[in-house]
Design a protein around this ligand. Structure first.
Ligand code: THU
Length: 129
């Protein structure tokens, strides 16, 4: 699967976003090692702390379906700037895929690619426990 195809899946997932409070609709597409893709969208809540980001939505769907090895995740929002994962999502991704590649896209279709290692250096992992 090309980067562009994964980003397109993230873009389609953003259509389902439930974001009545922020109006910031996000979609994510998580590629597993076996080629399966799980999508996710942000799901907000009147109790704002109960909201969940698109990236974690995709990760939880994958984990709950028995997948734990991830290669790439695309994140899309219809915004002028690239949509990058929040700190909590970086930490959740790090639990399963510290080497994952992130494709962060913006509304004009351009994207930038990062390694999670670079976005979350010196991370806290299960090795500390
Ligand atoms: N959000 C995501 O879903 N992913 C990101 O990478 C950035 C932020 C959501 C959380 C909230 O619903 C809205 O965007 C505004 O913060």
């Amino acid at each position: 699967m090309t980067d562009r195809e994964l980003i397109t899946q993230a873009m389609h997932a953003s259509i389902h976003a439930y974001a009545p409070y922020s109006k910031f609709r996000v979609g994510a597409a998580l590629e597993c090692q076996d080629g399966t893709v799980f999508t996710g969208c942000n799901v907000e809540n009147a109790a704002l702390g109960a909201s969940i980001c698109a990236e974690r939505c995709a990760v939880l769907k994958a984990i709950s379906e028995g997948k734990r090895k991830f290669l790439r995740i695309a994140v899309y929002s219809q915004s002028a700037d690239y949509c990058v994962p929040c700190g909590t999502c970086r930490q959740v991704l790090c639990e399963f895929a510290p080497e994952i590649e992130l494709l962060c896209a913006r509304s004009d279709g351009r994207y930038v690619s990062y390694r999670l290692r670079d976005l979350l250096p010196h991370s806290f992992t299960k090795d500390f426990l």
